[in-house]
Design a protein around this ligand. Structure first.
Ligand SMILES: Cc1cc2nc3c(=O)[nH]c(=O)nc-3n(C[C@H](O)[C@H](O)[C@H](O)COP(=O)(O)O)c2cc1C
Length: 236
């Protein structure tokens, strides 16, 4: 049990380029996909499909997809940022501002059409570089397999989180880097992605992630709220 908790705590986001020429071993990929299949889903609906992409040309096309940044994202993101490690340690939630380009750090200074402005070009290049990997996985939501009686299929959506976490933990146990790229789930990037991968219309992209072996250190300050701050015994 200790080992499981250790693995849960070690699982992390690897936000760096992965070696595009070092493939994820076939057996490792099978284990990750099997972990997905054995995830708990509401009513055992298994409301998902998975697309695995390791074709270099397709991966490059996916890396080229443009994802516009919404004003809502910039404003809500700003509220969750810490501008120093000390601030993050104190707050224990959110992320460091260094993860984002400068123009996203001032909610009043949103570039025209909410896209990145030219001062963020190095970020864009870094980002394109960062998305390098030998393999991407797309977890698709199938609303036809909805959880019975669940408003807005809330239970179905929760189930997809379980699928994601199972795959993430399996990858962590195999020392394979894992990076969620939720920007691809926006409506215009998703449409482009569906076109590239011939994904049927009724399915939507729940989450995309990259897998591979990191080319740089992936360690960074990770924080969590304390158990006592999160839990409420015998009432709120
Ligand atoms: C549904 C979901 C979407 C996420 N989207 C992104 C993303 O687009 N980019 C990213 O770098 N991390 C993304 N993450 C990772 C979280 O930012 C990360 O899990 C959190 O900051 C805690 O860090 P850790 O994974 O290293 O523990 C996402 C995680 C989840 C569960």
């Amino acid at each position: 049990m200790r080992d499981l908790l250790t693995l849960i705590k070690q699982r992390q986001s690897s936000r760096c380029a992965f070696d595009p020429d070092r493939p994820v071993p076939k057996k490792a990929l099978e284990d990750i996909l099997e972990a997905a299949c054995w995830a708990p889903t509401a009513h055992n609906m298994q409301n998902f499909e998975i697309v695995v992409v390791d074709d270099k040309k397709l991966l490059e096309k996916i890396r080229e997809i443009h994802f516009p940044v919404s004003e809502t994202f910039i404003q809500e993101n700003y509220l969750q940022l810490s501008f120093s490690e000390e601030e993050l340690k104190r707050k224990k939630t959110g992320v460091l501002s260094t993860m984002f380009p400068k123009s996203w750090l001032h909610p009043g200074l949103i570039a025209e059409h909410s896209s990145l402005n030219e001062t963020d070009q190095p970020f864009l290049e870094r980002h394109h570089q960062l998305l390098s990997c030998p393999l991407m996985v797309f977890l698709l939501y199938d609303p036809k397999r909805r959880a019975p009686g669940s408003d807005g299929d809330f239970l179905g959506v929760m189930s997809l989180g379980c699928v994601l976490e199972n795959m993430w933990l399996m990858a962590a146990s195999l020392a394979i880097g894992f990076h969620v790229v939720s920007a691809l789930s926006g409506s215009s990037p998703e449409a482009e992605l569906k076109r590239i991968l011939h994904i049927p219309n009724h399915l939507s992209l729940a989450i995309a992630f990259r897998l591979g072996y990191p080319l740089a250190s992936t360690s960074y300050l990770r924080v969590r709220r304390d158990i006592d701050n999160v839990t409420h015994h015998n009432g709120f």
